[in-house]
Design a binder for this molecule. Sequence first.
Ligand SMILES: Nc1ncnc2c1ncn2[C@@H]1O[C@H](COP(=O)(O)OP(=O)(O)O)[C@@H](O)[C@H]1O
Ligand SMILES: [Mg+2]
Length: 483
Amino acid sequence: MPSVARSRRAESASTPSGAGARVAAEAPHEAGAGASSSAPARGGQGPLPERIGEYRILRKLGEGATSEVFLGLDEFHAREVAIKRVRQAAVRDPVDGRYYSRFFAAEAGLVGRLQHPHVVQIYDAVTTADEQYLVMEYVPGNTLRPYCRPDQLLPLELIVEIGFKCAMALGYVFRQGLIHRDIKPANILAMERAGQVTDVKVSDFGSVLNLGADTTQVHRVGSLSYMSPEQLDGGPLSAQSDMYALGAVLYHLMTGHPPVEGESQAATIQRIMNAPVVPPSARRHGVVPAVDEVILRALAKRPQDRYTDWDAFANALAGLVTGRLVPRGNLQQVLDSERFNLLRKLPFFRHFDDVELWEVVHQGRWQRYRTGHKLMARGQPGRDFHIIAQGRVEVWRDGRKVETLTQGMLVGEMAYLAPSKEERLRTADVVAVDPLTTLSFTPETLAQLSVACRGRFNEAFIEVLVERLHAAQEALSQHSRGR
Ligand SMILES: Nc1ncnc2c1ncn2[C@@H]1O[C@H](COP(=O)(O)OP(=O)(O)O)[C@@H](O)[C@H]1O
Ligand SMILES: [Mg+2]
């Protein structure tokens, strides 16, 4: 029976058979290409438990090599949660049991630590005399696995956007001193609405390598197909190792095949180490060379030939969207990643970190207007304010143009900030002079943001108001000098 886990120290063995032995068994629906399907620790798979701890169990969501995941009801917080319970048969396994407990410990160590819109949040970890489980954010939908099937491939632009979000998420993870080590389609959860993938979240930190910890960390390895050459070789791991794995996932999503396949594990390993990767464009119609370039760079054999950091990889992916190098399914619908990049460039958002900016992208109201559209009319009540994302507006008062506002500027915030109701009337006409894209908030939508994010808004408002005050004083002193 293959050993499913080895210590980090033991990973230095680099014979193909040694590396192959690290392939973990996965549940049948999880088994990826190249994954072994032997199941050393399954069994004990009884009926659905009624409760786990304080949670009422509704149904089973999925399973991996070491655990089963259930949908549970947190009655106290009135929310659904995902509960990942370590298989007891696994823990009791005489050979590998102690490793399984370590996977749990690795993930349990992250309770409350990872807070990113594209990372599954871990709320709690519980160990009792007879069970160990994690309580996590529930992600309704699926994993990315079904979308790797050649007959179920996603649109190219969506794959690129998924890549962008995962790159941002893993950049965040890396800044926390962590390397995931098991990025693969089954470990990326896809939120779905009406059968469409709407968002993704990186999950399953059971194999995480904590660069800040000095205890020996065990690695359970899932599917060979996504593993970097250096990981197979037992070499030192870096952000670039996860980058390779994400590149392999994107490749699989694009083409329906992992980047490297072999008839046996040993053959797969040999190819990952040495064989060139067939460019995605050769396997999917409509893929342009620029897309090949980005994916193949992430899949470079040597870590130093990949992107220098996560931001560079994320930017390269976003560049494919902004450069129109992937088709755009629906022109009306600006992709989230494009919006994110748009806001990232605006001085108004310079103090927002990535997490906060994602919140803004998701919670704000995005609207497009044609040239000539009257965004605001003098004397009309209004409580929303807009940030100009693209285009320009003119501000008119008493038949006179008083100002032209451009990208990154605020419109309508005076009525928004006004203390009393009477003052919440627009003081000028505002007209689009270009095709205009704005992001707007009302007091209600702003109140839904996290405290941190609202704090950033207040900071940015104060900066804008101080700038205005300076400008007004300047104008006033010039006026009085002119007399
Ligand atoms: N937060 C979650 N929300 C919904 N489904 C989940 C969640 N976490 C895991 N799952 C499902 O359970 C499966 C196994 O979870 P995972 O954390 O990958 O376990 P393992 O460490 O055993 O591989 C996933 O592939 C997915 O189908
Ligand atoms: Mg998993």
